[in-house]
Ligand binder design. Sequence first.
Ligand code: 3PG
Length: 213
Amino acid sequence: PPSPVDSVLDLAPVVPVLVVPDASAAVPLARALAGAGLRAVEVTLRTPAALEAIRAIADQVPEAVVGAGTVIAPEQVAAAVAAGARFLVGPGWTQGLLAATRGCPVPFLPGVSTASEVVALLERGVREMKFFPAQAAGGTAYLRSLAGPLPQARFLPTGGIGPANAAEYLSLPNVACVGGSWMAPADAVAAGDWARIEALARAAAGIRGPASA
Ligand code: 3PG
């Protein structure tokens, strides 16, 4: 079996957020992304095909690390892990979700958008979080402001991020990687245009924060 994922945030600087309409798209999509250097892929639990897509990627694309996104209910945790998800991400968090993920063999990144939520999660021993919806919740200015009082927290910002602003996020001390859907546009997925997706992913894989450029 694949080794457990220690930190989601250290897998790749950009994590594609995928909406998979049909499980048959999952394997070529994950191959295109991982082949371009984006090995962590988040399949959102927003379509009926999502769990089957996770299972297909876990079984057939060893170069990818597949996770489940949009985890919003405790019962989704076991289902996603059983399908092969190696990490879990949610747009938010509740006590029930944290309880469901506590004994879980894979890491869960809860979503936050306020300082109080960061404090609440640090109090519960969680240091890695998704910052969502990143642009709407205050963007890089907000994250920079959190780094002063709450330097222990590390973030995966997602929501409104693209080629134009990803590098700015990645330059922040408390941002390890960014997420977004721009590498897998719905029309390209529907058309099976894996070459276009691979080109978008290759460009995304080359994005670095100015400090590490
Ligand atoms: C989402 O939940 O859809 C993700 O945060 C992706 O957001 P984006 O489409 O703005 O990249």
